[in-house]
Write a protein that binds this ligand. Structure first.
Ligand code: URP
Ligand code: ZN
Ligand code: ZN
Length: 469
């Protein structure tokens, strides 16, 4: 199959020019002016942007959590991603207590088999590390293309690890070339605050935020940074939500340490007051770290503009409001933590980042595609438009107006964090390795087209296609 995309404005992290892009056998094989290669399909992209497919480094599909399972499985989550212009994501395998990493990987691969709509990789969330077993096994994961380890410093009694496990994982990463990712909140302090709030009869959704003050995120972020320095591993702090966490990352980066951070779309738009919405509607916004005071939103825009934070993910962890979030109607600590967002990242950041003049188009591409690809061992196969790269491409119509709504999104969840938001600019056509995934309102490709991608180690490049399944 060959495709010629004609006359689009090709935008990468570095460039912005009008050109034709020729795709052959799943890769970009030629970029130039007025190409006249014979092609099976010719796409007129004049007046449109041609962007590299989005790379979302932080999602939770078909994941058991909070007494239930996230509502989007691989098929619905990845369909949602495809409509939003994301063609690769990296999902979290959660090591079940007592299981080996091999068993966990097998379980997650079984959930994905035959359902994949886009390409994907996995991070391994370490919950249970034992000498003479999983500690040694951890070191084998990077050679299987799983080149990032995730540690939860919160969710006491569930996913949280102690500092010993965190530090030992960092030591393994320093040896194996993996990147360590942390959910940075002080889970012990939060656990005390949650118990105190409940004992005082404070049960509404807003107490989710009031028991997780920003200082608990700042403290854990700084702790992880300092421990990663001792261990000698690179560190990536996920879902940074507030100034207290931005500050230690900024300091570390100024010092030239191997520390990186991301924030997520929702932290720019949803603030603490959303949790106060009546009739339990606030539960829709119970995710962790929680929505913060509005003043943090400018801090985050500034951080992504200045490369203090280097990526924007979605942390897509979707639950139904009616039937799943309602598990916590009488107790905020029982509301499953997480929100949807895979489909709307590009639309929202284009509208409120680029169109609002906060970041350039190049920086948007860097934050949503190029940097995640580089940090997670997918670049330059993913994350750019270049000869030899996978033809993961988005033809983006910068003039089309869309109203974001749960009535039209492709996630299975019954609400949208950005309900009613009007944006100008949306993907019109999405290609995965040269296969048309989405055209207008239609999903063209069938599940099964997506592949597992074995990622390169931290700091290394991924060039040849290495599909495993
Ligand atoms: O509330 C959230 N963010 N749920 C997903 C799990 C995590 O902490 O990333
Ligand atoms: Zn988290
Ligand atoms: Zn997450």
């Amino acid at each position: 199959m060959s495709i010629l995309i004609k006359g689009g404005r090709v935008i990468t992290a570095a460039d912005d020019y009008v050109a034709d892009v020729y795709v052959e056998d799943e890769r970009i094989s030629l970029i130039g002016e007025s190409l006249d290669q014979p092609a099976d399909k010719v796409i007129d992209a004049s007046g449109k942007y041609v962007l590299p497919g989005g790379v979302d480094p932080h999602t939770h599909l078909d994941m058991p959590f909070g007494g239930t399972v996230t509502i989007d499985d691989v098929e619905s989550g990845q369909t949602s991603a495809a409509f939003g212009g994301t063609t690769t994501h990296v999902d979290f395998i959660i090591q079940p207590a007592g299981a080996t990493f091999g068993e966990a990987l097998e379980e997650w691969r079984a959930k994905a088999n035959g359902k994949q709509v886009i390409d994907m990789g996995y991070h391994m969330a370490v919950t249970d590390l034992k000498e003479g077993g999983t500690l040694e096994e951890l070191a084998t994961l990077p050679d299987q293309g799983i080149t990032s380890y995730k540690l939860f410093m919160a969710y006491k009694g569930a996913l949280m690890v102690d500092d010993e496990t965190l530090f030992r994982t960092m030591e393994v990463a320093a040896e194996t070339g993996a990147l360590v990712m942390v959910h940075a909140e002080n889970g012990d302090a939060i656990d005390v605050l949650v118990k105190q709030a409940l004992a005082e009869g404070k049960t509404e959704p807003k107490y989710h935020a009031l028991t997780r003050p920003p200082e608990t995120e700042g403290e854990a972020t700084n702790r992880a940074i300092q421990l990663s320095r001792v261990a000698g591993s690179p560190l990536y702090v996920v879902h940074v939500s507030c100034a207290e966490a931005v500050e230690p990352i900024q300091l570390a980066r100024e010092k030239g340490w191997d520390v990186w951070g991301e924030t997520c779309t929702q932290y720019f738009f949803v603030d603490y007051t959303f949790l106060e919405r009546p009739d339990f509607e606030g539960a829709k916004y119970v995710y962790t770290p929680p929505p913060r005071d509005k003043a943090n939103q400018d801090v985050l825009w500034n951080a992504v503009r200045t490369d203090v934070l280097s990526a924007i993910s979605t942390d897509h962890c979707a639950f139904l409001w009616d039937g799943q979030k309602t598990l916590g109607r009488d107790d905020f600590s029982k509301i499953p933590n997480g929100g949807p967002g895979l489909e709307n990242r590009l639309q929202m950041i284009h509208e409120f980042g680029v169109r609002a003049g906060r970041i350039s188009l190049n920086r948007m591409v860097e934050l949503l595609s190029t940097n995640p690809a580089k940090l997670f061992g997918l670049y330059p196969r993913k994350g750019t438009i270049a000869v030899g790269s996978d033809a993961d491409l988005v033809v983006f119509d910068p003039e089309q107006r869309v109203t974001i709504s749960a009535a039209t999104h492709h996630s299975k969840t019954d609400y949208n964090l950005f309900e009613g938001t009007e944006v100008t600019g949306t993907p019109e056509l999405v290609l995965l390795r040269g296969n048309v995934l989405v055209e207008g309102d239609e999903l063209v490709a069938s599940p099964g087209i997506g592949q597992f991608v074995a990622r390169a180690k931290f700091g290394q490049e991924l060039r040849a296609a290495q599909p495993v399944a």
